[in-house]
Design a protein around this ligand. Structure first.
Ligand SMILES: NC(=O)C1=CN([C@@H]2O[C@H](COP(=O)(O)OP(=O)(O)OC[C@H]3O[C@@H](n4cnc5c(N)ncnc54)[C@H](OP(=O)(O)O)[C@@H]3O)[C@@H](O)[C@H]2O)C=CC1
Ligand SMILES: O=C(O)C1=N[C@H](C(=O)O)C[C@H](O)C1
Length: 276
């Protein structure tokens, strides 16, 4: 006899945002998930149905800004719940701590967590034996770009990163660019040996300096969504890796995969590449 599993209850935090709306649609369409709750801080959407918010059929889920009571209710469900967070760098740490405290597994897309905050959350998740996924970029194309960059780093000593985003983005550099620099830094070498003594006549002209001397340049313009270049240089050649996002739907397969995977974890994992 086949026992039908109950759908995974999913809470979306940042429900009215650009990513939150996409997640509501993707979760509602997934056979093995159910939209359990929708949180946002924008008073204009309080009391609206999450399905109607995205222009679809009512999902019988009312948008609220009361995170803790919602997490408490989700913690009483038979099936373990998941909270997907696409909010803001200023709130993500508190949101994730609260979810773990209630035994709700966080899938975190929000960027801007400091290394110290990430470390704290990893310790908190460990102590609670609760899975947590922190994913700076949910698109498969970006994981492939990062893998190609790591491979190229074995042969190039010079590399810089340019990330380009819409001008509503709160944090810089992007979480993706930081993660890319970290992956390159893990190769155990310092990049960009100096060839001349440099002087910046305008502060910031050479971008920000990440680990192992990797420079990241951040561009913010209306018209952009999310784009990144990793540029390697050597005598007589330039090797450019580039990823472009043209629709936020590209993140949804990674988000749905993460919702399923986080239930199998007892610890915090940082990066989509670790669960593919
Ligand atoms: N990991 C990935 O693949 C991706 C990550 N991101 C990241 O996700 C985050 C959100 O991006 P995006 O959807 O574009 O941003 P938006 O500003 O469009 O959406 C954020 C939503 O969260 C709401 N919000 C802000 N603070 C809180 C809070 N404390 N509690 C509940 N809701 C809150 C905002 O309300 P209000 O409008 O009132 O501020 C808004 O509705 C960013 O950090 C971004 O970098 C984005 C794309 C992909
Ligand atoms: O704010 C965005 O839009 C994005 N943020 C993430 C980041 O900071 O890397 C992921 C993607 O670049 C889109």
């Amino acid at each position: 006899m086949t026992v039908n599993k109950l759908p995974i209850p999913v809470v979306v935090n940042g429900a009215a945002g650009k990513m939150g709306r996409e997640v509501i649609e993707a979760v509602a369409a997934a056979d093995d998930m159910t939209l359990y709750g929708a949180i946002d801080r924008n008073p204009e959407v309080f009391g609206l149905d999450a399905g109607e918010l995205i222009g679809g059929e009512a999902l019988q889920v009312t948008i609220t800004n009361e995170m803790e009571p919602l997490l408490a209710a989700a913690s009483q469900e038979k099936e373990p719940g998941v909270m997907v967070d696409f909010t803001h760098p200023s709130s993500v740490y508190t949101n994730v701590r609260a979810a773990i405290a209630y035994g709700i597994r966080p899938v975190v897309g929000t960027t801007g967590l400091s290394p110290k905050q990430l470390q704290d959350l990893a310790e908190f998740a460990d102590k609670a034996s609760t899975g947590c996924l922190v994913i700076p970029n949910f698109s498969i194309g970006m994981v492939l770009l990062q893998q190609a960059a790591v491979q190229a780093s074995q042969y190039f000593e010079h590399v810089e990163i340019i990330e380009l985003h819409h001008n509503q983005k709160a944090d810089a550099p992007s979480g993706t660019a930081l993660k890319t620099a970290e992956l390159l830094a893990e190769m155990g070498k310092t990049y960009n040996p100096p060839s001349v003594e440099e002087k910046e006549h305008l502060q910031g002209a050479r971008g920000s300096l990440a680990e192992e001397n990797i420079r990241i340049h951040s561009i913010r313009l209306p018209g952009l969504i999310a784009h990144q270049e990793v540029i390697f240089g050597a005598e007589g050649q330039v090797y450019t890796l580039r990823h472009d996002t043209s629709d936020r739907k590209c993140y949804m397969p990674g988000v749905l995969l993460s919702i399923r995977k986080v239930l199998q974890l007892q610890t915090l994992i940082y990066g989509l590449e670790k669960i593919l």
